[in-house]
Design a protein. Sequence first.
Length: 190
Amino acid sequence: MSVGSESSVEPKAERKAILKLIMLGDGGVGKTTMINRFISGSYIPSQMTIGTGFAIKNIMLEGITITLSIWDFAGEERFRFLVPRFSEGSNGCILAFDSTRPSTFFHLEEWLELLRKNTDDIPIVLVGTKCDIAYFDNELVKEFVEKHKLVGYIASSAKDDLRINEIFELMARVMWTKLTEKSAQMRLHT
Ligand SMILES: Nc1nc2c(ncn2[C@@H]2O[C@H](COP(=O)(O)OP(=O)(O)OP(=O)(O)O)[C@@H](O)[C@H]2O)c(=O)[nH]1
Ligand SMILES: [Mg+2]
């Protein structure tokens, strides 16, 4: 190869995308702890979230650097008003309940209603937390996933580091696929 051809090689531009992922579910189900495990790899006992929290992490997907911007909504009722305002423009949602407290599963319909009023038809994965203590996987879960056309169900534990990375990687993949399909459709219609 000649010197001339070497110097004409342009550096390959890095391909990047930012995806907004929101976390919803009752207070104390373990949303913040799940994010902490994903970001830092550690189990960090957390305080109740006041309002919202925010975290980012880069992951590689098909040669593209995806920046996941993760919005961690407080589960307490008094902070619910923040969801419509700050969920705008989200690409996907992790909907979490606590496997040790069935009431948190039965509140999921309310979370979904709030979410769907304020976002496009975004992909949602259902996550059962704390499966180091209790395992919650039954017909009700299956029906819920089918009825609401969710991406699926993952039983997890931030404490024992069970399936935490899998949850975020699955969502990154699904959100990215949805976004690229949407832009391909838009190009077809112009
Ligand atoms: N055993 C066990 N406990 C967990 C797990 N994940 C979280 N916890 C505990 O559950 C409690 C609540 O966790 P958080 O992450 O603060 O819950 P949250 O959903 O963010 O709560 P809000 O901020 O109030 O909405 C904490 O005491 C955690 O240590 C887990 O996988 N296993
Ligand atoms: Mg929290």
